[in-house]
Design a protein around this ligand. Structure first.
Ligand SMILES: Cc1ncc(COP(=O)(O)O)c(C=O)c1O
Length: 323
């Protein structure tokens, strides 16, 4: 009998052609289904990679407690990887994190601490990590191991999945690890591939990329989880971007509903933003063209929000409830 551990199930996710979305013949949109990783998001990749590096360099041992700040998905990955290696974990999440995500992190075994807005859950994690020598701060927002993990795995897989036939890659960024690592791999293999950031309105990334000096003044609240950021972080490489486009909560959430109904794909809000932006780019392209994006996490993590008419009403998107 084969012995397969959960940690060996990370990565090698499928790439699908979103056939119902192609805007014209010969212009095709593809999405890599990262919700098929064990905890339902591509954050499993970075945590597996970072913890492996930590063990190799002697920074993580059997007495280590992993500490991290996370909008939810990384926390689940840290909690899962820690438990499956016999380690403890402490996760700080913002209060905007969906109830499902908090429950998932707890269920894998971590201690979860919810930080009220506008306090920083990242600072809370960084401060906690200083409290004890056995605490190891994953630090996804600033560690270069984060983009490196995507360079070594996701980016390589995307190139192989598409046999190198890619015209543009489009994705949101929060830590920036995914887009930076994937883009580095794709540009190394073919410098003509265009890398486009999809940024939620209210994130400072697009205005920063466009050189706006007052980029911080663009910060405002938005509902989509895991996309965009209110500050510039080290894991994000702006130099690798060719362009940036913005989307709003309505664009992303209506696309999430459309993907469920038309493509049979149950995805999260940032995936909706990614695919909405990919379609926006695709409409501007001449055939033949292949536009690639990722589905970072599962819609099952947002049943109380994106798929809940009551929540949609509360946030002024009640008209999407009938989608
Ligand atoms: C659902 C979701 N989408 C997108 C992202 C963005 O990925 P990255 O942090 O690699 O930029 C995250 C990260 O927090 C996420 O949780």
């Amino acid at each position: 009998m084969s012995k397969i551990e959960a940690l060996n199930l990370i990565g090698n996710t499928p790439m699908v052609h979103l056939k119902t979305l192609d805007p014209k013949p010969g212009v095709e949109i593809y999405a890599k289904l990262e919700f098929l990783n064990p905890t339902g998001s591509y954050k499993d990749r970075i945590i597996q990679y970072m913890v492996k590096k930590g063990v190799e360099t002697g920074k993580i041992n059997s007495n280590t407690t992993l500490v991290e700040g996370s909008s939810g998905n990384t926390g689940a990955s840290v909690s899962m990887v820690a438990s499956s290696m016999g380690l403890k974990s402490i996760i700080f999440v913002p209060d905007k994190c969906s109830d499902e995500k908090v429950a998932i992190i707890r269920s894998y075994g971590a201690e979860v601490i919810v930080i009220p807005t506008p306090e920083s859950y990242e600072d809370a994690a960084a401060n906690k990590a200083k409290e004890h020598e056995n605490y190891y701060h994953i630090n996804q927002y600033n560690s270069q191991l984060n983009p490196e993990a995507h360079y070594m795995t996701t980016g390589k897989e995307i190139w192989d999945d598409m046999n190198g036939n890619i015209d543009a890659f489009v994705a949101t960024a929060s830590t920036g690890g995914a887009i930076s690592g994937i883009a580095k791999r794709l540009k190394e293999n073919d410098p003509n591939i265009k890398i486009i950031l999809a940024d939620p309105e209210g994130s400072v990334y697009k205005p920063y990329f466009e050189g706006k000096e007052d980029y911080l003044s663009y910060k405002k609240p938005f509902k989509v989880e895991g996309a965009g950021k209110g500050a510039i972080v080290d894991a994000m490489n702006f130099k690798i971007l060719d362009d940036a486009i913005s989307f709003n909560d309505e664009n992303a959430i209506s696309m999430v509903h459309r993907l469920a109904r038309q493509e049979g794909l149950m995805v999260g809000g940032s995936s909706g933003g990614n695919v909405w932006a990919a379609l926006h780019i695709a409409k501007r392209m001449e055939a033949p063209a292949k536009i690639v994006t990722v589905v970072p996490d599962s819609g099952f993590k947002y049943m109380s929000k994106i798929f809940n008419p009551k929540w949609l009403n509360e946030v002024g998107l009640g008209h999407l409830a009938a989608d």
